[in-house]
Write a protein that binds this ligand. Structure first.
Ligand code: T68
Length: 830
């Protein structure tokens, strides 16, 4: 040792850092105060709640880094197979409470802050939501990360570090306005910038073919190059040292590329054009589900996918000298078609850069990728024009053509020369404007494709990908979505959490949600029922306070809180909800005082964002607010009905709203919602569902029992016929009358609402509002009837929570791990 300087240095390092940070209250306080002074550079004698948040977050981050480092080292040593989850969106929400809860140090932090004169609840509210996603698809990705970490899988998420997340919604005179969400301008204490983990990403240019020693080689000379810089976000599992990584890429001007332009004399313009690079990771596209074909979007997709694959390959090469067992160590999950350009990119990296034979590279590629589809109709799947690909990614287009040619050759052997059939299977859509069907490309290259609920997976086989199913039946699986009970129950509903733990006699349900079935036996127990309602009333009171603060509307917590919160889309039918609210108001106004005493008071809460270019969705928002204004100020209606639009619905608001809801609505046209995941969160929290036969509603109904859910409307198998016959269909009188009220200006803005009313005119009513209206009103009446019987309602509520075990994302994750990714849980033994 004496003579070995390296060993001496290591020993000193061990001595300097011989133990982990301690988690007693005093040590935590020291960490926080140190960060106030040295990281935030404020005085420890004077810092506000926001600074307290930043210092607290930094102290938690220190602890996360310790387990992150250990975990990465462990998996490096084990050389475990890892899943990489590639997603354009990660809708993470806040991290502070999640992290300290998962690390098991919430109580210590609460006390530590308290003794310093701060309140944990106030401090956590200082954090801005990380809204790098639109809705279900992005939030599912976030739930997966929590579950993968908790269940000790080796996993990384890869995505884009958008400077601007999903826009913030404000309402002016009831109209939606969009404000940029520049979430990074107050700093992001959770991320670790890796200035040295960068990859070049190329665009445009040309490809040259050359014969080298009897093989054709391809050299792509790009015209533009940017650099992808890694930002790591540690994701802690619950009650485990397994902290996994979410690596997000930011675009920076490339240091090496185009040095000559500086010598041309136009120094300032050369720098300005370099800055353009940053626009690639600037902004998240708001989803309106209609495919738009914007060049920047394709650039974003290629940018993050190429960086991720280069990073994955670099990591693999640290341990392996050939790519022979790449697929034994790497699984790549594509979150919808958005990262599909990864298929030709992996081929390019293996063939052009690493020098593998095409056949070998294709064999590897098809063993690595699998894809989850989240949409219900083929029209929403991405198609990139051949012209755009030719310009932006010329080499990739060549590769796609070759994949397609080989694929069609292969299927010809199976189906013969049926050209119509071959054209449907082809990855290239012919026609005036040729395009590449990304769904088809992904399917050809993936070993597995899955839908996100049982019904949806069937629809994929029968409709969206029928032609593929016929030739590749073995590729198709179902993986019904789930949600993490850590965020969506344990820490957003602490009252219910404690009660569950008390009645079940264990907190093991936090990692094994099936244990909730243990509640069945107590569903009618008057003591549990009493406690249950107390917790629910407390949650409702919190939401009532919030509603009054933002809208000035006073709501009674004795009223039923009837909630529909989700992105505004025609297929989700918020309009159907509004129509029934108008109907309800109208009925109340026509009642005698005696009849009014029998009405169940309701607070109808609606929230959600409309994509900025989605005019009809924006009109729906305006209608909700105008109708609300009228009803809330109507003396004849009083407290019997209130209507509130909650602006800027996001993850944090969901955490407040879901535990406080009595009834929640999931009323898309049958079969039109791929799965839905908020329905699972509501069910878990003891909220009853008013639902159609769509997506996972059907599976929830099966788990909790028909008597504990309100289901209405057409059946999925009837929808095609009803649509075809909609011109002849006569909607009920009430439906016409209510539409007439809006049309004739009862709520003002007569002109503005005409187009909205037209969408439900007989021939136009694609989402079948008219067809389902009567059955919806009947279901609403059944809801009122059940609510009056408090004992019955509470029992139903308990049965919802008790039956929600199957909708834990841990179940979903396990199914992916076992049936798609081939990975096993793995953690250090000591
Ligand atoms: C949702 N999809 C499904 N898409 O609608 C929902 N799309 O039923 C399902 O539960 C959820 O995925 C999770 O599987 C989306 O959220 C998008 O956000 C989106 C964004 C851009 C382009 C297309």
């Amino acid at each position: 040792l004496v003579g070995n300087p390296e060993l001496q240095r290591r020993r000193r390092l061990m001595w300097l850092m011989d133990q982990y940070l301690k988690n007693d209250v005093l040590s935590i306080q020291k960490s926080i105060v140190d960060h106030v002074e040295y990281t935030i550079a404020r005085s420890r004698f004077k810092f506000d709640d926001f600074e307290a948040y930043k210092a607290t977050a930094n102290s938690v981050r220190d602890r996360l880094i310790e387990s992150w480092n250990d975990n990465q080292q462990f998996h490096r040593d084990m050389d475990s197979k890892r899943v990489y989850y590639l997603s354009m969106e990660f809708l993470m929400g806040r991290s502070l409470l999640n992290s300290i809860f998962n690390l098991g140090i919430k109580e210590q932090y609460a006390q530590a802050l308290n003794e310093l004169g701060y309140n944990l609840e106030v401090v956590v509210e200082q954090e801005r939501d990380a809204a790098l996603g639109n809705g279900g698809l992005g939030r599912l990705a976030a739930c997966f990360l929590d579950s993968l970490a908790t269940m000790n899988y080796s996993a990384w998420g890869y995505g884009i570090r958008y400077q601007y997340g999903l826009f913030r919604q404000t309402l002016q005179d009831g109209f939606q306005h969009e404000q940029p969400d520049y979430w990074l301008n107050v700093g992001n204490p959770w991320e670790i910038e890796r200035v040295h983990v960068t990859y070049p990403i190329s665009f445009y240019g040309k490809v040259e073919e050359k014969w080298v020693e009897g093989t054709k080689t391809f050299t792509w000379t790009p015209d533009e190059m940017v650099e992808a810089v890694a930002y790591d976000n540690p994701i802690p599992g619950y009650n485990t040292g397994n902290t996994i990584n979410l690596r997000l890429w930011a675009a920076k001007p490339s240091g090496e590329f185009d040095l000559q332009s500086f010598n041309t004399g136009d120094y300032v313009n050369a720098i300005l054009s370099k800055q353009r690079a940053e626009t690639i990771s600037n902004v998240l596209y708001p989803d309106d589900r209609t495919y738009q074909g914007k060049e920047l979007r394709l650039k974003q997709q290629y940018f993050f996918v190429s960086a991720s694959l280069q990073d994955i390959m670099r990591r693999f090469k640290d341990h392996h000298s050939t790519f022979d067992n790449f697929a034994d160590k790497v699984a790549v999950q594509l979150n919808d078609t958005h990262p599909t350009i990864g298929v030709p990119e992996l081929m390019r990296l293996l063939v052009d850069v690493e020098g593998l034979q095409w056949a070998k590279a294709w064999d590897i590629t098809t063993k690595v990728f699998s894809i989850t589809i989240h949409s219900v109709v083929a029209e929403t799947l991405e198609k990139w024009s051949v012209e755009l690909l030719q310009t932006l990614l010329p080499r990739h287009l060549q590769i796609i053509f070759k994949i397609n040619a080989m694929f069609l050759e292969e299927v010809k052997n199976k189906i013969g020369n049926d050209y119509d059939h071959l054209a449907r299977l082809s990855i290239i859509e012919e026609g005036e404007k040729k395009s590449v069907k990304m769904g088809s490309l992904a399917l050809v290259a993936s070993h597995t494709v899955n839908g996100v609920s049982k019904l949806h997976s069937e629809l994929l086989k029968e409709r969206v990908f029928k032609d593929f199913y016929d030739i590749f039946p073995h590729k198709f699986q179902n993986k019904t979505n789930g949600v993490t009970q850590r965020r969506w129950l344990a820490f957003c509903n602490p009252g219910l959490r404690d009660m569950l733990t008390k009645w079940l006699g264990t907190e093991a349900w936090i990692t094994n949600l099936d244990l909730l079935t243990g509640l069945h036996q107590y569903a009618s127990d008057p003591i549990l029922q009493k406690e249950w309602n107390l917790v629910r009333r407390h949650n409702k009171a919190r939401l009532a306070t919030y509603i009054e603060a933002i809208s000035g509307v006073k709501v009674s917590i004795d009223a039923m809180f009837d909630v529909q919160v989700k992105r505004i889309h025609q297929y989700k039918r918020q309009l159907l909800n509004v129509l029934s609210i108008i109907h309800r108001a109208d009925c109340i106004k026509n009642m005698s005082p005696a009849e009014k005493t029998k009405v169940v008071p309701r607070v109808c809460i609606i929230g959600g964002k409309a994509a900025p270019g989605y005019e009809i969705a924006k009109k729906i928002i305006k209608l909700v607010t105008t109708v609300g204004e009228k009803i809330n100020n109507d003396k004849d209606i009083g407290n019997l009905l209130k209507v509130v639009f909650v602006p800027d619905y996001n993850v944090s608001l969901a955490e407040l709203i879901i535990p406080a809801s009595d009834l929640s609505q999931h009323i898309s046209t049958a079969g039109n919602e791929a799965s839905g995941t908020s329905n699972m969160k509501f069910t878990m929290n003891g909220c009853l569902l008013l639902a159609t036969l769509s997506g996972s509603n059907i599976e929830i109904q099966k788990e909790i029992g028909d008597e504990n859910i309100f289901v209405f409307g057409a059946k999925p198998e009837e929808v095609d016929r009803l649509r075809a016959e909609r011109r002849q269909f006569q909607p009920p009188q009430e439906f016409h009358r209510i539409i007439g009220m809006i049309r004739n200006g009862k709520f003002g803005d007569t002109e503005y609402f005409q187009e909205l009313c037209q969408t439900v005119d007989g021939g136009n009513d694609f989402y079948l509002l008219g067809n389902d209206f009567s059955s919806y009103l009947e279901a609403q009446a059944a809801v009122d009837e059940a609510y009056v019987d408090r004992e019955r309602w509470t029992r139903m509520s308990i049965m919802n929570t008790a039956g929600s075990g199957n909708f834990s994302i841990d179940r979903t994750t396990r199914e992916y791990a076992e049936n798609i990714w081939g990975i096993k849980p793995c953690q250090p033994t000591s």
